[in-house]
Design a protein around this ligand. Structure first.
Ligand SMILES: Cc1cc2nc3c(=O)[nH]c(=O)nc-3n(C[C@H](O)[C@H](O)[C@H](O)COP(=O)(O)OP(=O)(O)OC[C@H]3O[C@@H](n4cnc5c(N)ncnc54)[C@H](O)[C@@H]3O)c2cc1C
Length: 486
């Protein structure tokens, strides 16, 4: 089978949708392919977008923020993942980017969260989502999509509707397996596609499997193994010619254990936060066409101790009882510190912190956080009248005492156990030209989102991946059309 379009986009998550909307909006005919039904990690996500510099929601909430303040904070997180000029542009355009998302139908809100949390309850949608306090930067920039539960579903659904309105064709159950090149330029994509009953079966299996794959892997893996069999048995070859260019937006590689093992062995055994589509396939397509990769060793490991917010008054200690780190920082910064100590850590709290934390549970936790909170305040914790006794119970060296007895130690190690997994996300990918999003050295090929190196590729704070997907996806969609001279 053969097909053609001006632009072919591989992967229909946040980055792919944004690239498609821009390219189609500029008049190109666009086909967007997805191995599954689309949505990817984006649809499972919390739908938090890191934005600032004076968004409409910040202004309505009475929050003071400027692009300069946002740049000053993000410089600490982003470091040299992108150039200063790119980061500056990201910050200067941030409020406009959020307004663009609203224009596509994504709803946000100015309801400001009054407490520190890893994800606000359904009462709040604007919150301090990073380590801003560690750098004396009070501005809340986490803009959670306004929707109940985990908001990524609505975030993606609105982008998907906008993609359809823009006139793009979406080919689901179609897996890109190879890029076609002519005279050193990428000119198309070789795929395997499903139609008819096998397509419907594959769609049902992968839709049903997405959440279990994340939250109950034994079931999720079985459903996806069946789907992979359907692909092998019924997949038909399809060639889609791209007259202007190809965009790779096929997610990261956290589902590819061999790649994680090779590039970031310290993170083995942590929970893969994504979908089976995050198998590094998109990155490998770019490499086979001559692209380079960077920062594949950068992984975001989430070790949140809030909610409840009182826990950030505790102190982190290692297996020898030595204090380390700053528990008020973002969960991934804490995760990095723990991984650097061999993956083992405890949170020491006193009686007052425990009492206040228990009282905060009802008002500060979203339903999906209850398991984690139960772990932190019950199953994962040992208590004793003295610091020496509690350390002996936990099997670690004795930390310095603080506060009022009795004391508790919470095991926050990477492999702490059931109910408190350590989710991980890959941050590196194909190296792109920061002005255009073109994969360096490969004409006709662009990359965006977690298939590419971007703003969040050094370290992630909540919302920075989706914000980068929008930023890099739009850039790729605009440039693929512009460079082709349309
Ligand atoms: C539970 C959870 C919560 C999160 N919360 C947040 C949050 O609130 N804010 C934030 O910024 N980040 C969050 N993240 C991270 C964020 O969701 C992802 O980093 C981001 O969505 C990646 O977007 P993407 O467009 O690069 O890839 P995806 O959204 O994963 O889309 C990639 C698509 O490519 C398809 N694909 C893969 N290979 C192929 C192929 N060979 N051919 C065709 N199609 C292919 C996949 O099926 C998939 O649909 C969260 C992640 C998870 C899992």
């Amino acid at each position: 089978m053969e097909d053609s379009a001006d632009v072919v986009v591989i992967g229909f998550g946040a980055a792919g949708a944004c690239a498609t909307i821009e390219a189609a909006g500029a008049g190109a005919s666009v086909v967007v392919l997805d191995r599954f039904a689309g949505g990817g990690a984006t649809a499972l996500s919390g739908g938090v977008v890191y934005a600032g510099g004076g968004t409409r929601q910040q202004v309505e909430a009475g929050v003071a923020d400027t692009p300069e303040a946002m740049f000053a904070y993000l410089k600490h997180e982003v470091r040299d993942a992108v150039s200063e000029a790119t980061l500056r542009r990201f910050c200067e355009d941030s409020a406009k980017m959020l307004a663009w998302l609203e224009d596509q139908g994504v709803p946000f809100s100015s309801a400001l969260c009054p407490f520190k949390t890893s994800y606000p309850t359904d009462d709040y949608y604007l919150y301090q989502s990073g380590s801003e306090d560690a750098w004396s930067d009070p501005a809340p920039r986490g803009h959670r999509t306004r929707a109940k539960g985990t908001s990524g579903k609505v975030f993606f659904a609105r982008l998907a509707e906008a993609t359809r309105r823009a006139g793009a064709r979406i080919m689901s159950q179609t897996r890109a397996v190879e890029l076609i090149t002519a005279d050193g330029r990428v000119t198309g994509v070789r795929c395997r596609t499903l139609t008819g009953l096998p397509q419907a079966l594959h769609r049902t299996l992968t839709r049903a499997g997405a959440k279990p794959w994340l939250y109950y892997p034994p079931l999720g893996k079985r459903l996806f193994a069946l789907a992979a069999w359907v692909e092998r048995r019924f997949g038909r070859p399809l060639v889609v010619t791209a007259r202007q260019g190809v965009v790779i937006s096929a997610g990261g590689f956290v589902a590819n254990r061999a790649m994680v093992h090779e590039h970031a062995p310290a993170y083995r055994g942590a929970l893969a936060l994504g979908t089976p589509g995050d198998d590094g396939g998109g990155i490998r397509l770019g490499v086979a066409a001559g692209g380079k990769v960077a920062r594949l060793d950068k992984i975001s490991a989430w070790r949140f101790v809030t909610p409840p917010s009182a826990l950030q008054r505790g102190v982190l200690v290692d297996a020898d009882g030595r204090r380390f780190g700053d528990v008020t920082r973002y969960g991934a910064a804490i995760g990095d510190e723990i991984v650097a100590r061999g993956g083992r850590a405890w949170l020491l709290i006193d009686d007052d912190i425990l009492r206040v934390a228990r009282a905060q549970v009802r008002t500060q936790t979203a339903p999906f956080q209850r398991w984690q909170v139960r772990y932190l305040l019950n199953r994962g914790l040992v208590t004793a009248p003295t610091v020496g006794e509690v350390a002996a119970k936990a099997g670690i060296g004795t930390p310095q005492p603080f506060g009022t007895p009795p004391y508790s130690l919470i095991n926050v190690s990477v492999r702490a156990g059931f109910g408190y997994p350590c989710p991980t996300l890959t941050l590196g990918g194909l190296v792109v030209d920061e002005e255009t999003g073109q994969v360096q050295g490969v004409p006709g090929l662009y990359a965006a989102g977690r298939s590419a190196v971007g703003v969040c590729s050094e370290s992630y704070v909540s919302g920075l991946s989706l914000a980068d997907c929008v930023f890099s996806g739009r850039r790729a969609g605009q440039q693929v059309v512009k460079e082709a001279g349309c």
